[in-house]
Design a protein around this ligand. Structure first.
Ligand SMILES: Cc1cc2nc3c(=O)[nH]c(=O)nc-3n(C[C@H](O)[C@H](O)[C@H](O)COP(=O)(O)OP(=O)(O)OC[C@H]3O[C@@H](n4cnc5c(N)ncnc54)[C@H](O)[C@@H]3O)c2cc1C
Ligand code: SF4
Length: 331
């Protein structure tokens, strides 16, 4: 690990100003991802700005419905928060399916949004990787790519986004609140993370120096029946091969609203908007769910070792929709 300066920010403004003044500075919250990256020589910050003592922990229901979750709320605090469990159970389930209790106790919401891919080549400086070193090549495209993307990838990078929580946030139409040199701005979740394109080194549309201050969830009736399904190589403590956040709101056995987001398949949490559109106002019917799953995966381009993910994702979508409908039908 290279030497770096350590400063503890005393205000959001101080953190932002320090970061704008030094583009090699990094914020640290829980540290569960950043420290691994520093120790692995993937990041060599000039200074680490500790934001963990800033007042960004509160989780607050909003007067007009919905919820504001401070960026420093821990993953455990969000998953256990009664309002989240009641109104957004898929968010709680998604968080609890990730990492371990010890990690969730310190990992924060802001850090979870900005954790980096788990592509093994990214973490191993012996291999070329366009995300780590732009222009060096992508080892995964011709290497072992069993866990990599089947949707939205480019010839520069086929990595997937690792977060479970973010899949639920994509389904819930969350909004990310950030503070930067121009003041506060809000980024719809769909626009927050990026596809790799020609710039896989950029994971998000955050501008230099911007600090995430909160995530805002709109009031969403469908969310109450939401489910999160995570398929992985072992039952705990590993990242998703495929995951699905799904929520269905019924009106007299017809689908009034439906949300489908996928994890483990793309460089960003993947919202299946066309499949949702296909299902809206249709009756509840498993055959239609299967058609929707086909629509969601019709653009899939599997790699040498991960074609199994296409069928896995289709079946996961169908199962998640059926489970959500059952949940929503209960009095
Ligand atoms: C062994 C292990 C297993 C894991 N398994 C899973 C899993 O199954 N599913 C899953 O979803 N996750 C998993 N994780 C990832 C874990 O959830 C993340 O490491 C964690 O959420 C990151 O949060 P943090 O607060 O520790 O972030 P940090 O490590 O402090 O920061 C991560 C990044 O975010 C930036 N950052 C942090 N806060 C802010 C902010 N407010 N504004 C701007 N930038 C910020 C930092 O500069 C850094 O670049 C696992 C992690 C480990 C170590
Ligand atoms: S998939 Fe992306 S992160 Fe993995 S080696 Fe290729 S460029 Fe790097």
């Amino acid at each position: 690990m290279k030497n770096f300066a350590y400063v503890r920010a005393t205000s959001v403004q101080e953190a932002v100003t320090r970061s704008i003044d030094d583009n090699e500075a990094r914020f640290i919250a829980g540290g569960t991802n950043l420290l691994d990256r520093i120790k692995g020589y993937l990041e060599n910050p000039s200074q680490v700005i500790d934001i963990s003592r800033l007042q960004m922990q509160p989780i607050e229901p909003l007067p007009e419905g919905g919820l504001r979750i401070g960026a420093l709320a821990t993953n455990t605090a969000v998953a256990d928060y009664p309002y989240v469990r009641r109104h957004y159970p898929l968010l709680s389930r998604a968080i609890l399916s990730g990492a371990s209790q010890q990690i969730r106790n310190v990992a924060t919401v802001g850090g979870n949004l900005l954790q980096r891919t788990r592509c093994a080549y990214f973490y191993d400086p012996a291999f070329p990787c366009n995300k780590r070193q732009p222009g060096s090549g992508c080892s995964a495209i011709t290497g072992i790519n069993r866990t990599h993307a089947i949707l939205g990838a480019s010839d520069r990078c086929v990595a997937v986004h690792p977060s479970d929580m973010c899949v639920a946030l994509a389904a819930l139409d969350a909004v990310v609140e950030v503070e930067g040199w121009q003041g506060t701005r809000q980024i719809p979740f769909h626009d927050f993370h990026r596809l790799p394109g020609n710039t896989p080194e950029r994971d998000t549309n955050l501008e230099a120096g911007e600090l995430i201050t909160a995530v805002i969830l709109p009031a969403l009736p469908a969310a109450k029946s939401g489910v999160y399904l995570k398929l992985r190589d072992r039952t705990s403590y590993t990242f998703a091969l495929v995951s699905v956040a799904a929520a269905v709101e019924l009106a007299e056995n017809r689908i009034r609203d439906v949300r489908i987001a996928l994890g483990g398949v793309a460089h960003k949490p993947w919202r299946a908007l066309e499949a949702e559109q296909f299902l809206r106002e249709k009756p509840v019917d498993v055959a239609l769910f299967q058609q929707a799953a086909n629509i969601a995966l019709q653009a899939a381009k599997p790699l040498q070792h991960n074609s199994f993910k296409v069928e896995m994702a289709k079946r996961a979508i169908e199962k998640a929709l059926v489970t959500s409908v059952r949940k929503g039908s209960k009095p």
